[in-house]
Ligand binder design. Structure first.
Ligand code: DMJ
Length: 580
């Protein structure tokens, strides 16, 4: 069963067929509207027999006649070739590019509905949903709104007014964060707090969402009450007590503690309350005081001491959004906090020096890992999570402006190099999809460093699943907006088609996959909230023609794809720290 809420959504095949009919009608009307020639041989409906009135020996007329026949033959051949071309699926001539992308965007919207309405029918308000078995459960006793809150803004962007009204009513009637339950500080911040903040903005400042955001943020603040100011991995929503991670010697993830800043700073801006700003900003000083070599940070940090734990460095899980938020903090306050730009540039220099490698035989550029520290050997492993980086590099190169505009102002060697690396990396991320049987990327890949081997990409059995993650489509969206190279949209369309073919269930809903190299693939019976909050939102924006919608010049997207408007730091705030 496929939910069909919007009757206006055109069927792609129907659109193509209508266009074909239209061409035929036009063709026939052109042919039929020919004036009868003095020879009368175009007039099939003429009473006169063909050639009846043709002068018997007119040399000129027979040459003209031959020409006409040639033209007619040419026109007919042209139409035949044209229809053959069209029936091969390439129909650029008949349907304008705008129509094609609009139709594709409508398919994304329909896919969102197919997923979301299935969730709504079987698990409305539950935090965890399994679309195959239709089982669901809460994370906290009364639920956190995990799926609903995360995708409020997607519904606003896609103009899905009816499910949005029901979601708002659910939030208003059912959602309370006054629960004796420990949540993950980072995940709750980026998904719930981030979701409320962008919903507040996009709903034209609906108070309900801001009230929820403030209530939740006040509870999350408890996580920052550590000796160093580095937040604990978890926090109890009722007692406001921060809780150390049960693993990793109690250390928090570096990416987690450094990916709260956009949300808390925007909340400061909205409320005028500086405490959120100060707590979030303090973390950045503690990190910087560690003086990581080449600005590449280990992936764990102790909340007690503020010192890194272990030496493992990577741009994948637990490392990724540290680098993302360095750049985005600089962008968020309209490029007025140069300290973050410096830190970002230093880390990208370190990345190019230490982590950028190429595979054999095709020379795919990838980001390696350092398992035993900055001076240890690299491991050619790359998480799909790293695919946020091409988009981030492009964003850093142009500041969110399109390439032509950015190049008109100041275009340095660094900007050019960052954009070049961005393009190489997105090609690799696309290859991570193209290399599998389903055309869907696995969670983790290994790249080949051995010149004698023939395959660039290797996937271990335990890494072959796919959680419908957003990073590659996020980067495609940013690169499309910035470069306007149509290849990024085409790659996005190919990936989207693969999801529609292999992640879809028999009832039209969607699920994660167990193994992307198996056809038919086995479903994982799981739907992550970021499928609705991020992946489908970025597909939708990638296929949008109008760049002024959530313009990258005016908005920063948090790491869960929730857009916040940029703002000026003055007069309320200042960067409250400086580098040693
Ligand atoms: C999301 O929650 C966020 O994008 C986060 O930064 C990384 N992991 C998931 C998506 O893959």
């Amino acid at each position: 069963m496929s939910f069909n809420v919007s009757q206006n959504i055109p069927d792609f095949a129907t659109t193509a067929r209508q266009a074909e009919d239209y061409i035929w009608q036009r063709t026939n009307s052109v042919l039929h509207s020919q004036s009868p020639s003095r020879h009368g041989h175009y007039r099939k409906d003429s009473d006169l027999p063909l050639y009846k009135d043709k002068p018997l020996s007119s040399q000129a007329d027979s040459v003209q006649d031959f020409r006409r026949k040639l033209i007619t033959l040419g026109v007919i051949t042209g139409f035949i070739l044209f229809f053959l071309y069209r029936s091969s699926g390439l129909f650029w001539f008949s349907t304008s590019s705008t129509e094609i992308w609009k139709t594709r965007q409508d398919l994304v919207r329909q896919t969102f509905l197919d997923s979301y309405l299935d969730y709504e029918a079987h698990a409305m308000g539950k935090d965890i949903y399994k679309p195959v078995s239709k089982q669901s459960r809460q994370m906290a006793p009364n639920g956190l709104g995990w799926i609903i809150v995360d995708c409020l803004d997607t519904m606003m962007i896609m103009k899905l007014d009816e499910p949005l009204a029901r979601a708002r009513a659910w939030v208003s009637d059912n959602l309370t964060y006054d629960q004796d339950y420990a949540v993950n500080t980072f995940e709750t911040t980026i998904r719930m707090l981030g979701g409320f903040l962008s919903a507040h903005y996009l709903s034209n400042y609906d108070d309900l969402y801001l009230e929820k955001a403030v209530d939740l943020a006040n509870r999350l603040l408890g996580a920052f009450d550590s000796p160093s100011g580095i937040p604990y991995a978890s926090v109890n929503l009722r007692t406001l007590k921060g809780i150390k991670s049960h693993d990793d010697g109690g250390a928090s993830s570096t990416a987690e503690v450094t990916s709260l800043q956009l949300e808390f700073k925007y909340l400061s801006k909205l409320t005028g309350e500086t405490l959120y700003w100060e707590k979030a900003e303090k973390v950045m000083k503690v990190i910087d005081d560690n003086h990581a070599i080449d600005a590449l940070v280990p992936i764990f940090i102790h909340p007690d001491t503020g010192k890194f734990r272990g030496q493992q460095i990577r741009l994948g899980s637990r490392g990724d959004s540290y680098y993302e938020y360095l750049l985005k903090q600089y962008l968020q306050t309209n490029n007025q906090e140069n300290i973050y730009r410096q830190m970002y540039d230093e880390s990208m220099t370190g990345l190019k020096k230490r982590l950028v490698e190429k595979s054999y035989p095709n020379g795919f550029t990838y980001i390696a890992e350092l398992d035993s520290g900055i001076n240890g050997p690299t491991t050619p492993k790359m998480d799909h999570l790293v695919c946020f980086l091409p988009g981030n590099l492009a964003l850093g190169a142009t500041g969110g402006y399109d390439l032509a505009t950015a190049q008109r102002t100041l275009w340095t060697f660094r900007q050019a190099a960052d954009l070049k690396l961005s393009k190489e990396l997105i090609r690799t991320c696309y290859q991570m999809y193209a290399a599998t049987k389903t055309g869907i990327a696995p969670e983790i890949v290994f790249f080949n460093k051995d010149p004698s081997m023939s395959e660039d990409i290797h996937v271990k059995f335990q890494d072959a699943h796919n959680l419908q993650r957003p990073e590659t489509v996020e980067s495609l969206f940013i690169l499309w907006r910035i470069t306007k190279d149509p290849i990024y949209r085409e790659w996005g369309w190919t990936i989207f088609e693969a999801f529609r073919k292999y992640a879809v269930l028999s009832d039209g809903s969607y699920s994660s996959l167990e193994n992307v190299d198996q056809i038919p693939p086995l479903s994982r019976d799981n739907m992550e909230s970021f499928w609705l909050a991020e992946t489908l939102k970025y597909f939708y924006l990638l296929f949008e023609d109008d760049d002024s919608i959530l313009s990258l010049e005016q908005f920063v997207f948090n790491t869960e794809a929730h857009p916040f408007p940029k703002f000026n730091i003055e007069p309320l705030f200042k960067t409250g720290w400086s580098r040693d």
